[in-house]
Design a protein around this ligand. Structure first.
Ligand code: 6PG
Length: 248
């Protein structure tokens, strides 16, 4: 199936266009259901996007109707510099009037990551009250080796078909993590993947072309989504030697 890949000059432009689209998507959700569930990701790429939602687009978003979740979290204190929750607070949530009761961080406080994964699954079930979490908009990034959220190549969590949230060991910094699983991610109504930098070109090429192979490139697993999937890409990440994913 043809992927919706939108290529821009750099991370600033892709973030601006993605933020414009997110404002429309969020307002559409609130108009139709009275609320919008937004799942955030970590890493460096989304910082520009978050900053735009907190500034240029701040007053175009009905923050009291927004519920904020996470697609993954490092298993560290929420005060730890590595925390995705802390990054989102600093770049976005401390700057907008989203009610505290609407902010649902992944718990990292018990001594058992698996128990915290199950707690977050209960949080999602309390909110969605459905067979699966149908998040209105999930933001994701792409790792150089093809991970997304905290689903890394070779992880047993990639083949998880019933749990919504998994505790995983990863090869990354802050190796212990919680992550939404592919069945949870692919039930979202909208998924935006933000990808910038030439170091992502290899993974992006393998994720977007050919038959999806989530065990080798986990981000390919989101191509099976039932919702709308948009890849927001800069030219550096899109340029695979000798072939452009999207003819210019
Ligand atoms: C995390 C993210 C992770 C991230 C990718 C890309 O917790 O680190 O959720 O999946 O999106 O690693 O990170 P960069 O945007 O920093 O390249």
């Amino acid at each position: 199936m043809k992927q919706d890949v939108r290529v821009f000059a750099d991370v600033n432009e892709l973030s601006l266009r993605a933020a414009e689209a997110a404002v429309r998507t969020i307002n559409d959700s609130v108009r139709s259901t009275g609320r919008c569930s937004l799942a955030l990701c970590g890493g460096s790429t989304p910082r520009t996007f978050y900053g735009l939602l907190a500034s240029e687009f701040r007053d175009q978003i009905p923050w009291p109707s927004i519920h904020v979740f996470w697609g993954d979290e490092r298993y560290v204190s929420p005060r730890d510099p590595a925390s995705n929750y802390r990054m989102a607070r600093e770049t976005l949530l401390d700057l907008v009037p989203c009610p505290a009761a609407n902010i649902h961080p992944m718990p990292t406080h018990s001594s058992s990551p698996d128990a915290d994964a199950r707690e977050y699954e209960r949080t999602l079930k309390n909110y969605f009250g459905t067979d699966w979490p149908h998040l209105d908009l999930i933001l994701l990034g792409l790792g150089e080796e093809g991970h997304t959220a905290s689903l890394f190549p070779g992880s047993p969590a990639i083949s998880e078909r019933t749990r919504w949230v998994a505790a995983v060991e990863t090869p990354a910094n802050s190796p212990l993590r919680l992550t939404l699983t592919l069945p949870a991610l692919t039930r979202a109504t909208n998924i935006y993947v933000l990808v910038a930098g030439s170091n992502k070109a290899h993974a992006l090429h393998h994720v977007l072309t050919g038959v999806p192979d989530p065990s080798s490139y986990p981000a390919a697993g989101i191509r099976f989504t039932k919702g709308k999937l948009i890849w927001w890409v800069d030219r550096a990440a899109e340029h695979w030697p000798g072939r452009l994913l999207v003819p210019s």
